[in-house]
Each structure stands twice: as structure tokens, then as C-alpha cells.
Design a protein around this ligand. Structure first.
Ligand SMILES: *Cc1c(COP(=O)(O)O)cnc(C)c1O
Length: 361
């Protein structure tokens, strides 16, 4: 037996499983399993990435000043209190590493994003899972779970994989009610899909215990490059910058993200298309007897009568080259999460679910 052992908590981690991208024996698949933007990034982002081919011998910017400035311009936030990471996953990891350790608790909701548990365990802290109310974040349940050991509370708004969200006044009530040593993290990975929603930025500004995380992997279509950002009070950003590696984000990612965030027309077009196609898809699935909660993100959580039915539908879709996401790991075994793709993909998946339901019931 080896005496070489990792830190406490690490062997309790179940590694994250990304959405599948291939089906054995099927050449052309439609991937609707990772909430990617079906239209990809802005053309200006692709140009910026291409130009970087001639600068690959240079280290990236260590302070990310140019991207932080662009984020400040477009999102109306103070660039001094923005931090960039290799995906928002890295910001989540920094927060856990910086604020939570053995004996501390990290709170999140029962259908919350998998990285909260993983990062909490990696830091040696204790994950605490709180019930939701019919697949919606329950602020009272979160507050009831907090105590003197609570250091972090993660809420994704909109939430993944449910697609539901709570109002700004509910988040403000949560921030006000937390114990004084606890930090609220509002994960805004899908915030850009909600017209007029600031992702929690105003709440960050009005308090000293709220951090917002954002990503370029979803509406901005840059998942391959791994870039996200966080916005918080100066004292938190200062702490996170102390543990951030100086070159944690590549120059290609910085340049592409800067171009992407400044192309507001493309972002708006992607949001509008998503809103329209999401409504169409939800309606089409409902007509086939598959209901869903009103989604505020770029995916739909389709509810089936049972786990067996959801799994059989997933198999049926796979045979047609349609890859969606099983969410049993999120305590939703009777559901499938379907990314809103382009119009052709939406029609394909709706048609296939309809065919499945005809023969299943
Ligand atoms: C996709 C997603 C993220 C983003 O992850 P990146 O590391 O930025 O790619 C964060 N939180 C939630 C809830 C997500 O669904």
C-alpha cells in the first residue's frame, strides 16, 4: 500500500463528465449536449484568433488589462474589479481554494452545477447540497443551511441544468441574510441570454459579500479557448489575483474574447435567435407530451414520465445522430437536457422526440 496520498477530499471527487460528442457508428452527429452556441463566435473573434498565429512566441498579457477594459465598456462594470480565468471554472476553483478549506462548508443547490462540489472537495471543504423548490432555487432553504462554518454559497442564475432563474430581489435577500463570513457567488454563465439582466453586477456593487462569475463559453461561442471572468469587491479580487498564475489565460483567448465581447450586434442576434428557437422547441416538445419548465437559458430540460422513458428516448435520439445530455447525475434521472441548436437541429430533435413518443406510449 502506497504511503503517497493526496490531500483529504480529493479521492471523494467524481471527475466531471463533459457532454458526449460522438456516437459509435454514426458519422454525422448533431451535438446538443454542452450548451454551445450553434452559430459559433463573432467573425471578429475568429479574425483576432487567426492573427495570433504570428505572435505565438510571445507570452500573454499578465494583467489582462485590454480584455478587462472591454468587459468594463460593454457590461458597465469597473475593470479594476474584474479577474479573468481559464473558463469561469477556474474562477470557481480560485474562490474555493482562497476561501474554503477543511472544516468549512460550501453550499449549493441540489440541481446545481457539478463544478461547485468538485472545487469544494479539491479545497478540502465540505460540500452541502440544499433542496430546490420544483427545480427552482429556494433562498429560504439555502439560508437555513448556512451556519458558522459556511464560507461560500454558489447559485447559478439562470441555473444549469434546470434553466430556471430567480429574481434580483431574491438574490439580494440571500446576500443580506448570509452569515458575515460567507461569500455569495452568482454564476452568470447564461446571463447574456436573459435580455436586460446584469447577471448580478449591481448586487456586486452594492455589497461586499457578492461575486459574479461569467463565461465566454456560452453565448460568445468560445468554449474551445477556455476563458471566463469574475467581478467582485476589491478585497476579493485582490485575494484571487494572489493565487492566479500570471499567465493563466492564453493570448489567443484574450484577443478572441475581447473581439467577441465588443461585437454587441452578434451577441444580440444570438440571443434573439435563441429566444425564438427555444420557444418553438419547448412548444413542439410539449405537443408531443414532453413538458419543460420555462427556460431562461440556451437549453431546455425535457421531462419524461420516468427514468426508463428518458433513457430510451436518449438511445433513440442517439441512433439518429442526435446527442443530448442525460442529467441523472444532477438528480434529474427522468429528464434530458437539450441545447437549443440552429433551426434545423431544433426541427430534427423535435421530430425525433415526437416519433419516439408515438411508439413509446
Ligand atoms: C457552462 C457553465 C459554466 C462555464 O464554464 P467555463 O469554465 O467558463 O467554460 C459555468 N457555470 C455553469 C452553470 C455552466 O453551465
Amino acid at each position: 500500500m502506497t504511503k503517497i496520498t493526496p490531500q483529504p477530499g480529493i479521492m471523494d471527487i467524481r471527475p466531471y463528465e463533459g457532454g458526449a460528442a460522438h456516437v459509435a457508428g454514426v458519422a454525422n452527429v448533431t451535438k446538443l449536449s454542452s450548451n454551445e452556441n450553434p452559430f459559433g463566435p463573432s467573425d471578429t473573434a475568429k479574425d483576432a484568433y487567426r492573427k495570433l498565429a504570428f505572435e505565438l512566441h510571445r507570452y500573454p498579457s499578465a494583467d489582462h488589462a485590454s480584455l478587462r477594459l472591454a468587459i468594463g465598456d460593454i457590461h458597465g462594470v469597473d475593470p479594476e474589479r474584474v479577474i479573468c480565468g481559464a473558463g469561469s471554472d477556474e474562477i470557481i476553483a480560485f474562490l474555493c481554494q482562497a476561501y474554503a478549506g477543511p472544516g468549512n462548508e460550501v453550499v449549493f443547490t441540489e440541481h446545481g452545477f457539478a463544478m461547485y462540489r468538485i472545487s469544494a472537495l479539491a479545497a478540502g471543504a465540505t460540500p452541502v447540497e440544499v433542496p430546490e423548490r420544483e427545480r427552482v432555487t429556494d433562498v429560504d432553504a439555502i439560508l437555513a443551511a448556512c451556519n458558522e462554518r459556511t464560507k461560500l454559497v454558489f447559485v447559478a442564475n439562470p441555473n444549469n441544468p434546470t434553466g430556471t432563474m430567480v429574481g434580483e430581489s431574491e438574490l439580494a435577500r440571500l446576500a443580506r441574510g448570509l452569515p458575515e463570513q460567507a461569500l455569495l457567488v452568482i454564476d452568470g454563465a447564461y446571463a447574456e441570454y436573459v435580455e436586460g439582466y446584469d447577471g448580478g453586477a449591481a448586487l456586486v456593487e452594492s455589497r461586499d459579500n457578492v461575486v459574479m462569475t461569467r463565461t465566454f463559453s456560452k453565448i460568445y461561442g468560445l468554449g474551445a479557448l477556455r476563458i471566463g471572468w469574475g467581478y467582485g469587491p476589491a478585497h476579493v479580487i485582490d485575494v484571487l489575483n494572489r493565487i492566479r498564475g500570471p499567465f493563466n489565460v492564453s493570448q489567443s483567448a484574450l484577443a478572441a474574447a475581447e473581439a467577441a465581447v465588443r461585437d454587441v450586434n452578434w451577441t444580440n442576434k444570438c440571443r434573439d435567435d435563441n429566444t425564438r428557437l427555444r420557444a418553438w422547441l419547448a412548444e413542439a416538445l410539449a405537443e408531443h407530451g414532453v413538458p419543460s419548465d420555462t427556460s431562461t437559458a440556451n437549453f431546455i430540460l425535457a421531462r419524461f414520465a420516468s427514468q426508463d422513458e428518458a433513457e430510451a428516448c436518449d438511445e433513440f435520439l442517439k441512433e439518429q445522430g442526435l446527442i443530448v445530455r442525460r442529467v441523472a447525475g444532477y438528480k434529474l434521472p427522468h429528464c434530458l437536457r437539450i441545447t437549443v441548436g440552429d433551426e434545423a437541429s431544433c426541427r430534427q430533435v423535435a421530430h425525433a422526440v415526437g416519433k419516439f413518443m408515438e411508439q413509446a406510449r
